[in-house]
Structures are given as C-alpha cells and as structure tokens.
Design a protein around this ligand. Structure first.
Ligand code: NBP
Length: 485
C-alpha cells in the first residue's frame, strides 16, 4: 500500500470514490490535489492499485478492497461519490452502499444517470434516512481532473456539507465556482441531460458550418480550421469552436490527408441527447435544434440506407456563392443565431422540467456554472447569465435585448445560408429548423388554426374562436352550423 496516511484530523477520509475508471479516478485525484483525504474503491481492485501506483504521490488516498472497508474508512457523515456506468451497475452499487451506511450519510451519483432514475433512487434512499445526491458532472476526462462543472441535485441539507468540497474541485470562472445546488432530487441530472442535448445541437451546428464551407465554397480543410480559429476570438468563442479548429488542423500520419477525411462519417451517441428529446416531447417543449442534432447523428449512422440512396438525383442545383468572404460571414451569423435558438429551447425545457417537478431551478445560476469546466463552456453563457439577471422570468432567450439584437442583425445572413444550402443540395437540418422555429415563434398567425379545423372535422375535437370566449364545434356531417360546447 502506497501513500495511505490520512491528512484529515480524524485519520479518516473526507470523501470516498467508488468506480475508478476514467472519470472516477480523475475526480479522486482532483479531490486529493485539493488536500482532501480520499478513500478509493473499485469493483476490480486492479484499477484501485493502478491509481495508487501511478498517482499515489498526488495526495492522500486510502486504498480499500471491500465496501465494508471503504465505508469504515470514511469520516461521518460519510460522503461517497459513485462514478460507475449508469443504469443497473449504479443501482447495484447504491444498494450495496446503502446496506453498509448509516442515516445522515450522503451518497452522490456523479454518473450520467437518467433523472427519473435519480428521482426514484432519492425517494428510496430518503426512506432509509440516507441523503442521495444526483450530481451531473461535465467536462469529460480533463474536466474531472482539473475542474469540471458540477450540477448537484438532492436535499438542500446535504449541499451544506458537500457544497464546499464540490465547489473547491470545480472549475472556477471570475472567482466563481462552476458548481451550485440545482434543486431537489433529479434536478441535477435533468439539467446535465439538457446540457448534453445542447452540446449535441452545438456540435451539429458547427458541423453544418464546416460542411457549407467545404461544399459550397470548396475551401481546403486547413483554411476552414483557420476560420474557426478566427471565430474563436469573437462572440462565438467557446471550447467546441476551439477544438473544432484543432480537429480540422490534424493531419493523418498514415495518409497525409486531413484526419477528418479518414474518419468514418457515422456519429455515435451514448443516449443523453435522445433522453433530452424524449423529455422535451413529454414536456411539450419544441427543442427542435437538439432533436435535429440527434436525428442527424442517427441518419449519419444509417450506413446501408445511405449507401443505397447515393444515386438519388439532386435536381437542378444553384450557383455557389461568388463572394466567399461574405458567405463565410453569413455562415458565422447563421451559426450564432441558430445557437441562440438551441440554447433558448434548452432553457425553455429546463424551465418546463423545473415547473413540472417543482424544482425551482435558477436558470441564471445555471448559465453561470456552465461558463467553465463543461463541454459547452462559452463566452455566450455570460450573455445568458446577464439576460436572466435582468429578467428572471424571461419568456424566451430570443427576447432578451442582447440576443434579440444579435439575431435580428444576422437574420438576412441566416436566410441566405439556409436558402443557398437548399439550392446547393447541402443538408442543414439544424440551421433550417432553427430558422423555421424563429419564424414560427414570431408569426402573427400559424396554420395551427387549420389543424384545429381538421381535428374538429374528423374527431369533433372542438376549437376556440378569435372573437369570442368558449369552445365550439361545427356540425361537419350535418348542416355545417356551429354549436357552442
Ligand atoms: P464507465 O461508464 O465506463 O464505467 C466503468 C466503471 O463502472 C468501472 O469502475 C467499473 O468497474 C464500474 N462498474 C460496472 Br461497468 N459495472 C459495475 C457493477 N455492477 N458494480 C460495480 N461497479 C461496476 O466509466 P467512466 O467513463 O469513467 O464514466 C463513469 C460515469 O461518469 C458514467 O456514468 C458516465 O456516463 C459518466 N460520465 C462520463 C464522462 C466521460 O467523459 N467519460 C463524462 C461525464 C460523465 P470495473 O473496473 O470493476 O469494471
């Protein structure tokens, strides 16, 4: 056993981490680097030993082999962070821990659990006197080690003992930690899920911008990387734009081609984007940017169908834009405006989830903690934070003066991009659906009136009138007079 002295006054660990794969081992190291004594546990002991062998000198770790040993190594109230695979493995570990722990102890699930599982688990643990905290953690491997964004839900009392520890290992932006108590039970995992959904939309929009520069403007990949590098010095500054320039600059050592040209164009997904869309459907929130991103990944992975469809005619295509520099500016404006829509929709979903479950999520505080550590960290989040500070009840981010001005300034570009892409046969599902969403939102009248008429015709579903109160039905198969219901 290496380096196992404890620095805490009790000689015990202030926190335990079980599940020492990529995320768990890096978070355990992050706690240790911040001076905490960390008890380590993993189902297979080899991972625990590897962590101590490779990084045991970074702080104080207590090596344990069994759950009983692990729990005994912790000071009370015990705090255990679970970082195992979401789903059944997480349930199994929670059960084992709960049997060994005592009332008042805190179990934190830092995995990507589905928020409804978290609601269920919190209720079960609370009935046993245990505090259960579902914490969304974003930032991947690097964030876990150097400072992630942390979104803890669960009982407010547990945040009193846990909050300072989590805040100390989280990313810091302008002296503020990227961690705050989100709300009760599943709220932390819910907002982390929507965060991941927004991440899908962000990446899809970046992909469409890249594809347009490639196909409409015939720009070499290295030049496109330069465009993204330049955009990263503007209002688009963000981690994802920064790493887009990195990925596009990478040359494959084996072929000498841009790496992006040798990567199979079938995007994977682990499920949080799909969960976001399912939840949006249940809540009745049109999170179209995220949905298009999830479907675009699905279409990209429909390999056989894509292969079979390759010969389908494109029809008469339009001309490529003559002024390349201007079209690049147009793409930039379209990217920004579509991004505003994706975030507006994501924050709407968070407001709806919060209302549905009674969580009282503070959207401004959320924008604040997303400014660092997480994958969607961006300059942009400062503007969202300001928008909610000015008006906590903002009906849509699109109506905040800053975003309204930005989108209105880019609207002509946005239309040019979507129409040019359509004329050139280049798919831009997220750019186009975001623009349609914007147009629908600002429309005075929508064809929903006709939908209501049709529903009344075939199903007597009734409708309301613009000129008087009440509910009405037309006797379609009778004399077509109108009756009040
Ligand atoms: P994985 O999701 O790959 O899970 C591996 C860990 O789960 C190992 O420690 C493994 O133990 C343990 N485990 C499994 Br699998 N089944 C178990 C069981 N029945 N009982 C006990 N332990 C079990 O690890 P990860 O990629 O580090 O992610 C951890 C969590 O963090 C996941 O929920 C993930 O969704 C989430 N997350 C990941 C990222 C990321 O960038 N990777 C980002 C944010 C959140 P073993 O060593 O004995 O097999």
């Amino acid at each position: 056993m290496n380096n196992v002295e404890a620095s805490s006054s009790s000689g015990k660990a202030q926190i335990g981490v079980t599940g020492l794969a990529v995320m768990g081992s890096n978070i355990a190291r992050n706690f240790a680097r911040h001076g905490y004594t960390v008890a380590l546990h993993n189902r297979s002991i080899a991972k625990t030993d590897a962590l101590i062998a490779n990084h045991g000198d970074e702080g104080n770790f207590i090596r344990t082999e069994t759950i009983a040993e692990f729990v005994a190594a912790l000071e009370r109230p015990r705090r255990v962070l679970i970082m195992v695979k979401a789903g059944a493995p997480t349930d199994a570990v929670i059960e084992e821990l709960a049997d060994a722990m005592e009332p008042g102890d805190i179990i934190i699930d830092g995995g990507n659990s589905l928020y409804t599982d978290t609601i269920r688990r919190e209720a079960a643990m609370s009935a046993r006197g245990l505090n259960f905290v579902g914490a969304g953690i974003s930032g991947g491997e690097e964030g876990a080690l150097n400072g992630p964004a942390i979104m803890p839900g669960g009982p407010a009392e547990s945040y009193e003992s846990l909050g300072p520890m989590l805040e100390s290992i989280a990313a810091q932006v302008d002296g503020e930690p990227c961690c705050t108590h989100i709300g009760p039970d599943g709220s932390g995992h819910f907002v982390k899920m929507v965060h991941n959904g927004i991440e899908y939309a962000d990446m899809q929009l970046i992909g469409e911008a890249y594809d347009l520069m490639r196909k409409a403007l015939d720009l070499p990949v290295a030049e496109i990387a330069d465009v993204f590098r330049e955009w990263n010095t503007t209002e688009l500054e963000s981690y994802l734009i920064e790493i887009t320039a990195e990925v596009l600059s990478q040359v494959d050592a084996e072929t000498g081609k841009p790496l992006v040209d040798v990567i199979v164009d079938a995007a994977g997904q682990k499920g949080t984007g799909r969960w976001t869309v399912k939840s949006a459907l249940d809540l009745g929130i049109p999170t179209t940017g995220i949905a298009e991103a999830v479907f675009a990944r699905a279409l990209s992975s429909s390999t056989d169908q894509r292969l079979a469809a390759r010969g389908l005619k494109a029809g008469a295509l339009g001309e490529a834009p003559a002024d390349k520099a201007r079209f690049i500016e147009d793409i930039k404006a379209a990217l920004y405006a579509s991004k505003v829509v994706a975030y507006a929709q994501g924050f709407d979903q968070i407001a709806a989830g919060s209302a549905e479950y009674g969580w009282d999520v503070d959207r401004g505080a959320l924008a604040t903690i997303w400014r660092g550590g997480c994958i969607i960290r961006a300059q942009f989040l400062n503007r969202i934070r300001e928008a909610y500070a000015d008006d906590p009840a903002l009906p849509s981010l699109l109506l905040a003066p800053y975003f309204r001005d930005a989108v209105e300034a880019g609207i002509d570009s946005w239309r040019r991009v979507v129409s040019t892409a359509t004329l050139l046969g280049i798919p831009v599902p997220a750019f186009a659906s975001s623009l349609s969403y914007y147009d629908a939102l600002r429309a005075e009248r929508l064809p929903a009136a006709l939908t209501q008429g049709l529903r009344d015709y075939f199903g007597a579903h009734t409708y309301q009138r613009v000129d008087k109160e009440g509910t009405f039905h037309t006797l379609w198969s009778g004399d077509r007079s109108e009756v009040a219901e």
